[in-house]
Design a protein around this ligand. Sequence first.
Ligand code: PLP
Length: 383
Amino acid sequence: MPVVEKRYLFTPGPTPVPPPVLAAMAEPVVHHRTPEFRPVYERCLARLRQVCRTESDVLLFGSSGTGAFESAVVNLVSPGERHLVVSAGSFGERWVSMITKYGADVDNLRYAWGQTPEADDVRSRLAQHEAKAVWIVQSETSTGVVADVQAIAAAAREHGALVVVDAVSSLGAVPCETDAWGLDVVVSASQKALMTPPGLGLAAVSEAAFAARGALPAFYFDWEKTRAAQRKLDAPFTPAVSLVAGLDVALGLLLERGLDRAFERHVRLGRAARAGVKAMGLELFSPDEDRSAVVTAVRPPEGIEASVVISGVREHFGMTLAGGQGELKDRIFRIGHIGWFDIFDITTALAAIELVLAEHGADIERGVAATAAIEAYEHTSVA
Ligand code: PLP
């Protein structure tokens, strides 16, 4: 195997972390109940509210995204209660299992992996069976589909249901208007578009969600404990101080340039990735639409397995791409483009994929992908 020194992370999480964020995390560890930490904590929590576009508290946990999601389940669900869970891929199905495991009566509006959930389906499902909450994944990272959460939330609210959104891979990449769209809970994590290493989970929780808490016991993930402590700039358990310091800097970078700029950049990166993939003659698995701005899922050419592409770019060029999950294992590979990503990350990934495919006999004209990607990126502006 060739000696590889430079590594590239092209997965939809974890994502590359900008140097100022790494530098903040390398500072000496401080105690969380001190004047050194409190201003950082306060600023980070305020920035989280800005990024989530909410006036409500954003609760921060030492956990991955799944932990923050579990906090929503243990705080909202009561055994036997009906909940509508929309699934169209691996993460939606994870939430079906989790909510079922906690004893809810789960109504699963299930789509095939790769399909896009529709607000009208949610509306008619709720007309048949009421539900306390609708649980929806905004960006189904396993397929590349980004759902229209605004429309789905409107349908849920017509039926008086709470709305819980998994925005783990979408927060900071595509619009997620917590208050304006009436989202009761928005869950995310540090390691995707928030440009911070894994380890922090977060949940923006509305007053309505607080008022609707269920009967399950909770301890570490008890929302009330965390909210009461955070309001005093304290934490019920030792917070991950270094990660909070990093997240604070990352959110500052995001907000300094503006969320709208970030959303526009993600749309253009998505366009570039899709243009490059199509120029190579490959078929997209994720939708060819602007909303699909988080991850591009690609079917390998006939006769070449996705795992060959993934191991090829890793071994030859030190690049990490993502494979398919569950039923899509070996049927697709995925190029992430969230967070600290630019057009040359896309062209680099595409050029490497092109070389590996050519090595395995695919008939691809060299350089077409990068050229098409740059053109799509350069010559488009987002309205
Ligand atoms: N939901 C989505 C849409 C994700 O992409 C992921 C992680 O990839 C998760 C949930 C789970 O998050 P974590 O791995 O941080 O627990």
